[in-house]
Design a protein around this ligand. Structure first.
Ligand code: GLY
Length: 327
């Protein structure tokens, strides 16, 4: 599948990695890999990346920072990386965010490809070119738009994913239910689900690569979600689910009717056996107005109506006024 400037491969196992390497002309490359993935898959990967230089990075959002970026660049320079070389990123969303960012700044941009190993990375993080790191307690505040040339999606990796990581991926999957005509309750095959999510994302990204308008709808659940994620140390997709729940409650307090969307949300959570903590959005209003999506004091909140997203621009004072006047 072509996704903007990226070619996405869907393969049942790793056997097609040889073809993938040929396709992208991967002669001299460096592999940046998540520590957990390396421990589980090293011997399997060695069959395809014999004598490769692995740069192993620690797992977890707390390592998605500029220090990890500098450590990787130090290693790449020690290995005499040149402009024509390629970086291969193997891991989840944190890895693909870091690897994309490194690829975008070394020599002002070198080729990279990604092998996502989590559901979240397969349905969202790897495609669309958004990459970067967290800084001073804020998510993705340093970053760039830089797309991988290729992505190799192989559901085999999902077999070794922890329950929490799988649920986190489902968080982003559930988000897509509200971005397009996607009767998720009727879908059961994970490959079909992954493909559908990517197709939905593709529409938004190809219309608005630089995230100035319609693409912002992909951030449904993220405005509160990002704050919750860092404050309460939740996995990204689970924080997005909390964020969607909070947005529905806010919408209701502002007089919008999202009862049928909320009902569907609850059915999906039941189906996937996910229990939310249920944070009160009122306690996080100050935090969201410190988020990077805040332009001149006005936030573009992603709301939902009739299972479709729309952007709702509002300042903090207006928001407080509206909530307080309805109570
Ligand atoms: N993850 C949201 C986006 O790529 O725009």
């Amino acid at each position: 599948m072509q996704f903007n400037n990226t070619i996405i491969y869907f393969e049942e196992n790793l056997a097609k990695l040889t073809k993938f390497k040929q396709e992208f002309n991967l002669n001299k490359y460096f592999i940046i890999i998540d520590n957990n993935v390396y421990n589980i898959y090293k011997s399997e990967l060695d069959k395809f990346f014999l004598n490769a230089k692995y740069i192993i990075i620690p797992s977890g959002e707390e390592h998605k920072n500029i220090n990890t970026v500098f450590k990787i660049i130090d290693e790449l320079l020690e290995e005499n990386i040149t402009r024509g070389d390629t970086i291969i990123g193997i891991g989840g969303g944190v890895t693909s965010d870091i690897v994309g960012f490194v690829a975008s700044i070394v020599y002002r941009g070198i080729k990279h490809v990604i092998i996502p190993t989590t559901l979240l990375a397969m349905v969202d993080a790897t495609m669309g070119g958004k990459c970067g790191v967290d800084y001073k307690g804020r998510k993705n505040i340093i970053g760039s738009f830089y797309e991988p040339k290729g992505i190799y999606i192989c559901p085999l990796f999902l077999k070794t994913l922890s329950k929490e990581q799988y649920e986190s991926g489902l968080g982003e999957v559930i988000k897509y239910r509200y971005l397009a005509d996607f009767p998720l309750l009727e879908y059961n095959d994970i490959i079909e689900i992954i493909k559908k999510c990517i197709l939905i994302k593709k529409e938004y990204v190809e219309d608005d690569f630089k995230d100035k308008g319609i693409r912002m709808c992909l951030n449904l659940g993220h405005t509160f979600g990002h704050v919750i994620e860092l404050k309460h140390n939740l996995l990204h997709g689970l924080a997005v689910l909390e964020g969607i729940d909070m947005i529905f409650n806010l919408e209701i307090d502002l007089g919008f009717s999202v009862y049928k969307e909320q009902k569907y949300f609850k059915k999906l959570l039941n189906k996937y056996n996910i229990t939310l903590k249920g944070y009160d959005y009122r306690n996080y209003i100050e935090d969201i107005y410190g988020d990077k999506k805040n332009f001149n004091g006005i936030l573009n909140l992603v709301f939902v109506k009739d299972f479709k997203p729309f952007l709702y621009k509002i300042s903090k004072d207006e928001l407080y006024d509206k909530i307080n006047n309805r109570k």
